[in-house]
Design a protein around this ligand. Structure first.
Ligand code: NAD
Length: 416
C-alpha cells in the first residue's frame, strides 16, 4: 500500500478479514487521528492507557503499532485539505482506526468531516454503549440500572443532506411539484428537507444490533421509531426490523408478543425483539432503564437518544462510541473539540479511552478491554478526577488529563 504523505510504522501487520471475520495479528497496525482542539491532549493520555492495558494483559506477546493519519486542522496544514485521500485509504486498508474529535470546517464544502468519513467508508452503524461508572455524578436516582448499547443508523434519514433553502429556485421547483403532482399544500415560503430511509440500510443496522445481542447474550433489542406519525419511513423501520429478526435469526429471537404468549415457558436464552415509539423511549430509559438493553434506531432518534442516555450516567466526557460498517470500524470520542481547553492538559480523556476499550473488544482483545474499563472504574472511585467530574463529586481532587491517565495506568499495573 502506497500513501502520498504518510509514514508507515516500521513494524506491525494489517488486520485482515476472512469469511467476514476479523483476523487480528499479535502486532496490528492501527491508524489514529489525533483530532483538533483537545484531541492531542486526550489522545496522548488514551494511547498510554491502551498500551499499558495490552502490556499488562499479554506481556510481550501482543503490541499495537500506532500509525498516525490526518484529518481536520493537521491535515489542512499537511495536505491543504481537511480529509485527504490518504486518510480514507488508510482506514479502508487497515480497517480498524481510532480518532479524536474534529473541528467542523466553516466553508470548504464539508457538511461535517465526521459525516463525510461515515459516508465515504459506509460506516453505517453508530454504536454507543451507555453504562454507569460508580462514583460518577448523575442527575438520576439509579444510574446503576442503565446499561444500554445504542445502534444508530448513520447514513440516511434527515442526515442525508437533501434539503433546499427557502426562496431558492430549486426549493420553489420542489414545492411546485409536490403541490401540483402529489396533492400537497406546502406554503410557498417553506424550506424543504427530505427524509429517506431504505430497507437495505435499516435492515443492515438492525441485523448488526441483533447479531451483537446474540453474541453478547443481551436480553433484548428494542426498535425505536416514530412510526405512529411517519408511517412509511419510521414505521417501515420497525417492520423491516421485525422481518430481519424473523427471517434471519428465528432460532435466536422471539418477539415480545410471542414471549408474552409463552409466559414462563418462554426460553430465557432467546433475545426478545420489541419496539417502542421514540418519545416513549425517552421516558422509559429514565423511569425503567433496566428493561432496556440494545436499542436500534434511525439516525435522528438515535442522535438525541445517545446524548440523553449518556447524560443519565455522567455526560459526554466519558461516553465512548464507534462508527462501524461491515468490516471497517472507526472508534471515537463522542464529544467535540472543546477549543477553549485545547493544549491545557485539563479535560477528561475518558471518552476516548473507553472508545479504545470498545476497539479492543471489537478486535477480540477482551482481557485488555476489561483492564481499561476496570482501571477507569477504580480511578473514578479513587476520586482523583478531571475538573468536569471533580466539580460535581464531593471530596474529589481535580487532576490533569495526563494525571487521570496515570491513575488509570497505575490501577491497570496493580491489578491481579
Ligand atoms: P464540545 O463537545 O466540544 O463541547 C461541549 C461542552 O463539553 C463544552 O463545555 C466542553 O468544554 C465540554 N467538553 C467536551 N469534551 C470534554 C471533555 N473531554 N472533558 C471535559 N469537558 C468536555 O461541543 P461543541 O462546543 O458543540 O463543538 C466544538 C467543535 O467540535 C465544533 O467544531 C464541532 O463541530 C466539533 N464536534 C466534533 C465532534 C466529533 O468530532 N465527533 C462531535 C461534536 C462536535
Amino acid at each position: 500500500m502506497k500513501f502520498e504523505k504518510l509514514n508507515l510504522p516500521l513494524e506491525g501487520n494489517r488486520i485482515e478479514v476472512e469469511d467476514g471475520q476479523l483476523r487480528v495479528p499479535a502486532d496490528p497496525i492501527i491508524p489514529f487521528i489525533e483530532g483538533d482542539g483537545i484531541g492531542p491532549d486526550i489522545w496522548a493520555a488514551a494511547r498510554r492507557v491502551l498500551d499499558a492495558a495490552v502490556a499488562k494483559a499479554y506481556g510481550p506477546k501482543r503490541r499495537v503499532h500506532w500509525f498516525e493519519i490526518y484529518a481536520g486542522g493537521k491535515a489542512r496544514d499537511r495536505y491543504g485539505e481537511w480529509l485527504p485521500h490518504d486518510t480514507l485509504e488508510a482506514v479502508r486498508h487497515y480497517m480498524v482506526a481510532i480518532k479524536g474529535p474534529l473541528t467542523t470546517p466553516i466553508g470548504g464544502g464539508y457538511r461535517s468531516l465526521n459525516v463525510t468519513l461515515r459516508q465515504e467508508l459506509n460506516l453505517y452503524a453508530c454504536i454507543r454503549p451507555v453504562r454507569y461508572f460508580e462514583g460518577v455524578p448523575s442527575p438520576v436516582k439509579r444510574p446503576d440500572l442503565v446499561d444500554l448499547i445504542i445502534f444508530r443508523e448513520n447514513t440516511e434519514d434527515v442526515y442525508a443532506g437533501i434539503e433546499w433553502r427557502e426562496g431558492t429556485e430549486k426549493c420553489r421547483k420542489v414545492i411546485e411539484f409536490l403541490n401540483r403532482e402529489m396533492g400537497c399544500s406546502i406554503p410557498a415560503d417553506a424550506a424543504i428537507g427530505v427524509k429517506t430511509m431504505s430497507a437495505r440500510a435499516s435492515k443492515q443496522l438492525v441485523r448488526k444490533a441483533i447479531r451483537f445481542a446474540i453474541e453478547r447474550k443481551k436480553p433484548s433489542v428494542t426498535l425505536v421509531h416514530k412510526g405512529n406519525i411517519m408511517k412509511y419511513t419510521e414505521g417501515a423501520f420497525k417492520e423491516w426490523g421485525y422481518q430481519v429478526a424473523k427471517e434471519e435469526f428465528p432460532e435466536y429471537t422471539l418477539t415480545e408478543e410471542e414471549a408474552g404468549k409463552l409466559g414462563d415457558a418462554a426460553p430465557k436464552s432467546k433475545v426478545i425483539v420489541k419496539d417502542r415509539i421514540a418519545d416513549s423511549t425517552f421516558q422509559q430509559i429514565l423511569v425503567r432503564p433496566s428493561e432496556y438493553s440494545v436499542l436500534a434506531t434511525p439516525n435522528l432518534n438515535g442522535d438525541y437518544l445517545s446524548d440523553a442516555a449518556a447524560a443519565q450516567v455522567g455526560g459526554l466526557g466519558i461516553a465512548p462510541g464507534a462508527n462501524v460498517g461491515d468490516t471497517t470500524a472507526v472508534f471515537e470520542a463522542t464529544h467535540g473539540t472543546a477549543p477553549a481547553y485545547a493544549g491545557q492538559d485539563k479535560v477528561n480523556p475518558g471518552s476516548l479511552i473507553l472508545s479504545g476499550a470498545m476497539m479492543f473488544e471489537y478486535m477480540g482483545w477482551l482481557e485488555a478491554a476489561d483492564l481499561v474499563v476496570e482501571g477507569m472504574q477504580d480511578a473514578i472511585k479513587g476520586r482523583r478526577v478531571t475538573y468536569d467530574l471533580a466539580r460535581q463529586m464531593e471530596g474529589a481532587v481535580t487532576v490533569k488529563c495526563s494525571e487521570f491517565a496515570d491513575a488509570i495506568i497505575a490501577r491497570i499495573r496493580d491489578s491481579n
